[in-house]
Ligand binder design. Structure first.
Ligand code: GLA
Length: 668
């Protein structure tokens, strides 16, 4: 990237050529440099089977090229036309209860459907060959938000594909029987043909079967993506490929396996303007998407300029909030800021979703803010391709997430994203930068590794964590981690068996709290609340840092610390309140030498650094008060006054500053 790209989804099929001309003028005014076009154009470009009509789209692309707007060109496969499901109703997805979904919305296809894939690939071949070499073509956008509406399909074609997937994974039915623990409840299979998807059953379906169905479903959507990618790579080998992941981090797709098939990673992000902490969860998703591709810049492919239409109450973004949201993404490694969508449509299900050009047109608050932000982003091309560095890694694995949230567990309150955010928030609030990485990733560069709730942990990951601590790393592990292997089979010999020696303890029994229940723990003579979980811990060398302060566990360990090899391993047997987590993490990070970007910032001010030709310090005020931030060294205020060196910065509520200073990388 040679700049921070700016723009949005462009859906020209809704508008006349005259409006397209006006679009180009407004795009120039707003500094738009990239649009993603054609996402939902299938029915327009192939109105009847095999009959293609690209003329109108050619004109649009030519205009964009003439206007200097790069196009992230969609493969147009996200919403099959009605003629396809009318002729082939078997492509429509089926729910676990057997309900076949109807056409008339979007994403109405079973990812395993050979008919859908054949038609999709045929279309991609047309699009790719037609637009290869077009001056506007900068990147390919495969499909759209795979797994957003259809997380899994349970039709007969999916069942057949699942059996193929299982054969490749296990080789023999005996191996599958062992992995799935099918001696339980007389579930032993004698032949592949007997295996079905985990459809609605009299009671809990086999958990290992459910877990494998999550894995299979992510792979089934990935197979669609890969089939399209193969065409694109053959026809336009030099054009990079992306697809947009759903954030709030989506459970359906294992991004860690998907990113191997992306040249650049993209994310859609819709924090709720009604949620004063919405930006924290957005930041978590940004850190995850950045880390998934080893810190390479990523693209914010969609966000809302103001309100969305799909929550029950859709609040607008107050003045300044959209700018703040956008800079937060850039601060955390994005090299593009795009919106859904360019022009607000008059009809259809998203007519009340905000757009860069609202129903009210150019003379609107939203367009003015859009235009100002476009100009601002265009003024700092030097930020592109700079990198975020983190002292702390939080471990995240989709396999564990899927397994954790299966039924028939000690508590239904264990939710992966809640667990992540409970550990991420204190670090975010203290401005300690985190990566969010796969557990098998190289960890030696991190001063602290946090394991919020890694229920499923294979032996290799356990060995990896042991050697990390042994060689001097600091580790935090929270409850219900290291409980099962990759087939959801409990490790025997006291929880969490693969990490007992590292943590210096044994969990004898789980004591989850009742719904909305709470307990309390005593830390350094102070009693603080805790939620979700408690448990009976037997120390085996660990020092007790906090004890349970009420009930039958009163006086027993709740938080422990253990020195192991050259490192330190902390264990949390409950979820302390946010305030208590903040204090605990201040202590843990200090011990590990994981430092805040800037210490002592006013509450609500976010600070992140991107390292490039210079160090770019981003200061973002999420608070409700105006604040002044003293800088550790003089810097150039790139947005306000790039010609002048400053030693402090004033930030209004929603205020943003980007300070450039000499690159300090070598001093770290
Ligand atoms: C998703 C989709 C877009 C649009 C937006 C609305 O991100 O990819 O097509 O529906 O949601 O928020």
């Amino acid at each position: 990237m040679d700049r921070l790209y700016y723009g949005g989804d462009y859906n020209p099929e809704h508008w006349s050529p005259e409006v397209h001309d006006e679009d180009l003028k407004l795009m120039a005014e707003a500094g738009v440099s990239m649009v993603t076009a054609g996402i939902f154009s299938w029915a327009q470009v192939e109105p009847r089977p095999g009959e293609f009509d690209f003329g109108w789209f050619d004109e649009v692309l030519d205009k964009l090229a003439a206007g200097g707007v790069s196009v992230c060109l969609a493969t147009m496969t996200a919403s099959p036309p009605p003629w396809l499901s009318h002729r082939h109703p078997e492509i429509l997805p089926v729910r676990a209860d057997g309900t076949r979904l109807s056409a008339g919305a979007r994403q109405q296809f079973c990812p395993s459907s050979p008919v859908y894939r054949e038609h999709a690939v045929r279309l991609v071949e047309q699009v790719a060959t037609r637009y290869a070499g077009h001056p506007a073509l900068a990147m390919w956008h495969i499909g759209n938000e795979f797994g957003c509406h259809i997380r899994a399909c349970y039709c007969d074609a999916s069942a057949e594909d699942f059996r193929r997937w299982l054969r490749e994974r296990y080789g023999t039915v005996e191996a599958l029987n062992s992995a799935w623990s099918t001696t339980f409840w007389s579930q032993r299979y004698d032949d592949w043909a007997e295996i079905e998807p985990p459809r609605v059953a009299p009671t809990f379906p086999n958990p290992a079967q459910q877990l494998d169905y999550h894995r299979f479903s992510s792979d089934a959507s990935l197979a669609c993506h890969r089939a399209e990618r193969e065409v694109l790579t053959r026809v336009t080998p030099d054009v990079p490929v992306t697809t947009n992941f759903v954030g709030r981090v989506q459970k359906a797709l294992d991004w860690h396996s998907w990113v191997q098939h992306e040249d650049v990673v993209s994310l859609d992000s819709y924090p709720d303007p009604h949620d004063p902490r919405g930006h924290v969860e957005a930041a978590f998703a940004y850190d995850l998407v950045r880390s998934a591709k080893q810190g390479k810049p990523w693209l914010l492919l969609e966000q809302a300029p103001s309100a969305v239409n799909w929550r029950t109450r859709n609040g607008p973004k107050p003045p300044g909030a959209m700018r703040l949201d956008s800079w937060q993404a850039v601060a955390r490694g994005a090299d593009a800021v795009l919106f859904f969508q360019w022009r607000q449509t008059a009809g259809g299900a998203e007519k009340f979703h905000s757009a860069m050009v609202p129903h009210g047109g150019r003379d609107t608050r939203t367009f003015r803010e859009v235009r100002d932000l476009g100009r601002e982003l265009a003024s700092v091309p030097e930020i592109a391709d700079s990198r975020v560095r983190a002292d702390v890694a939080i471990l995240h694995d989709w396999n564990s997430w899927w397994a954790l949230e299966l039924d028939s567990h000690p508590s239904d309150d264990l939710r992966q994203l809640d667990a992540h955010l409970a550990h991420y928030a204190p670090l975010f609030d203290a401005n300690v930068t985190c990566d969010v990485v796969h557990p098998a990733r190289e960890l030696s560069g991190y001063r602290l590794v946090v394991v919020p709730n890694l229920y499923l942990m294979d032996a290799a990951v356990a060995a990896h964590l042991r050697s990390y601590v042994d060689s001097g790393g600091h580790l935090v592990v929270s409850f219900f981690s290291g409980i099962v292997d990759e087939h959801d089979r409990a490790y025997l010999g006291g929880y969490p068996a693969p990490l007992r020696d590292v943590l210096g303890l044994r969990v004898d029994e789980f004591w989850p709290l009742p719904e909305d229940g709470s307990t309390s723990i005593e830390v350094d003579g102070t009693t603080v609340p805790a939620t979700i979980w408690s448990e009976w811990i037997e120390p085996e060398g660990a020092t007790t840092v906090a004890t349970f302060a009420e009930g039958p566990l009163s006086g027993r360990p709740a938080v422990t610390r253990h020195e192991f090899g050259a490192g330190v391993a902390w264990y949390l047997g409950t979820r302390p309140s946010p305030e208590a987590m903040r204090e605990l993490f201040d202590r843990i990070t200090a011990g590990a030498g994981a430092v805040p970007v800037l210490p002592g910032l006013p509450e609500g001010v976010q600070a992140v650094v991107r390292h490039g030709d210079a160090d770019y310090l981003f200061l973002l005020n999420h608070g409700t008060e105006a604040v002044t931030v003293a800088l550790p060294e003089p810097g150039t205020d790139l947005l306000a006054d790039p010609g002048r060196s400053v030693t402090e910065v004033a930030l209004e509520p929603y205020g943003v500053a980007v300070l450039a200073a000499a690159n300090r990388e070598e001093h770290r």
